[in-house]
Design a protein around this ligand. Structure first.
Ligand code: SAM
Length: 287
C-alpha cells in the first residue's frame, strides 16, 4: 500500500499539528521519526506475514505502520484517549491493525490475545518500562519474543551479569525468562521530542524453559526481591525479611554453599535457585 511513511520528522510534525496534538511527557510520548529505526525493529523481531504482534503504545502509528507493512496482525494498546481517532486516519486502509484503547497494565492480555503464540514489539513509554516488562514476563503468556525500545540504562540492567551496580531484580527476571541481547542503540535524534537519554532496542527471545530449574517460582522471586531490597546488606541480614530466624537464614545459605557475608547483587541465577530450595526446606521444617 502506498501511504506516506509516518517515521519522518516532517510527516510526524504535520500529523501532530493537524490533530492539534502535543507530545505528552506524562505518558512518555517520544515519537519515532526515523524510518531506518522502524525497519531495524521490525527486522530484529523477524516479523513475517501472519505474525501476531502485540504493540504497546502505538502513538500516531509510526512503528505500527512498519509492522503492518511487514504483514503482521497487529493489536495495539494505547492509553491516550485522543490517539485512536488519529490512528484511524494515519493507519486507514491497514486491515491487519486493531487499535485497543486502554492501559496495558490494566489490560487482560490473555483475553485480548488468546492462546496462540505472539510477539511483543514496542517503543515503550520509559516511565513504566520495568512494570510492563515484569507484567509480560510474570503472566506466563504465550509470548515468543519481546522486542522493545528502552532507555540505554535499562538495556544495561536487562543484560547485566552478577556483581555490578546494574544487576538487580529486573536482570534476574529478564534473564530467567528470556535470552536478552541489545539489537542496536538509538540516538535521541531519532525521536520527536528527543528524550534526554540514549536508547536501545532490546531483543528478548523467550526461553522454552526458564534459565534455571526452581520448584517454587514465586518463592524464587521473593528471595530475589529480598536480596536486592537492601543492596548494602549482607545476605544474612537482607534475607531476614523472609520471616526466618537468623540461624535459619544462615543454615539455608550454608546448605546452598553461599557465604552469608555476600551481597545479593553477587549471586548468579543458579545460586538464587539453590538458595530458594534451601529456604523452602527451612520453611517446611518451620525453622
Ligand atoms: N509507538 C510510537 C512511536 O514509536 O512513535 C509511540 C511510542 S511513545 C515512546 C509511547 C506510547 O505509549 C505513547 O503513545 C503513549 O501514549 C503510550 N502509553 C503510555 N503509557 C501507556 C500505557 N500504560 N498503556 C498503553 N500505552 C501507553
Amino acid at each position: 500500500m502506498l501511504k506516506p511513511v509516518i517515521a519522518d520528522p516532517k510527516v510526524t510534525r504535520r500529523i501532530l499539528k493537524s490533530f492539534g496534538l502535543h507530545a505528552s511527557r506524562r505518558l512518555g510520548q517520544n515519537f519515532l521519526t526515523d524510518a531506518a529505526v522502524v525497519r531495524g525493529i521490525v527486522a530484529a523481531a523477524e516479523v513475517v506475514p501472519g505474525d501476531r504482534v502485540l504493540e504497546i503504545g502505538p502513538g500516531i502509528g509510526t512503528l505500527t505502520q512498519g509492522l503492518a507493512e511487514a504483514g503482521a496482525d497487529v493489536t495495539a494498546v494505547e492509553i491516550d484517549k485522543k490517539l485512536p481517532a488519529v490512528l484511524a486516519q494515519t493507519l486507514a486502509g491497514y486491515e491487519n491493525v486493531r487499535v485497543v484503547p486502554g492501559d496495558i497494565l490494566k489490560t487482560d492480555i490473555p483475553a485480548l490475545m488468546g492462546p496462540e503464540p505472539f510477539k511483543v514489539v514496542a517503543n515503550l513509554p520509559y516511565y513504566i518500562t520495568t512494570p510492563i516488562l515484569l507484567a509480560l514476563l510474570e503472566q506466563r503468556l504465550p509470548i515468543r519474543r519481546i522486542v522493545t525500545m528502552v532507555q540505554w540504562e535499562v538495556a544495561e540492567r536487562m543484560t547485566a551479569p552478577p556483581g555490578g551496580r546494574d544487576y538487580g531484580a529486573l536482570s534476574v527476571a529478564v534473564q530467567y525468562h528470556t535470552e536478552p541481547q541489545v539489537a542496536f542503540s538509538v540516538s535521541p535524534r531519532c525521536f520527536l521530542p528527543s528524550p534526554a537519554v540514549e536508547s536501545a532496542v532490546m531483543d528478548c527471545v523467550v526461553r522454552e524453559t526458564p534459565a534455571v530449574d526452581v520448584s517454587d517460582e514465586k518463592l524464587f522471586f521473593q528471595v530475589v526481591r529480598a536480596s536486592f531490597a537492601q543492596r548494602r546488606k549482607t545476605l544474612s541480614n537482607a534475607l531476614r525479611v523472609m520471616g526466618l530466624s537468623r540461624d535459619a537464614v544462615n543454615g539455608a545459605l550454608s546448605r546452598a554453599e553461599i557465604d552469608p557475608l555476600r551481597r545479593g547483587e553477587t549471586l548468579s541465577l543458579g545460586e538464587f535457585a539453590r538458595l530458594t530450595e534451601t529456604i523452602r526446606d527451612a520453611r517446611t521444617k518451620g525453622e
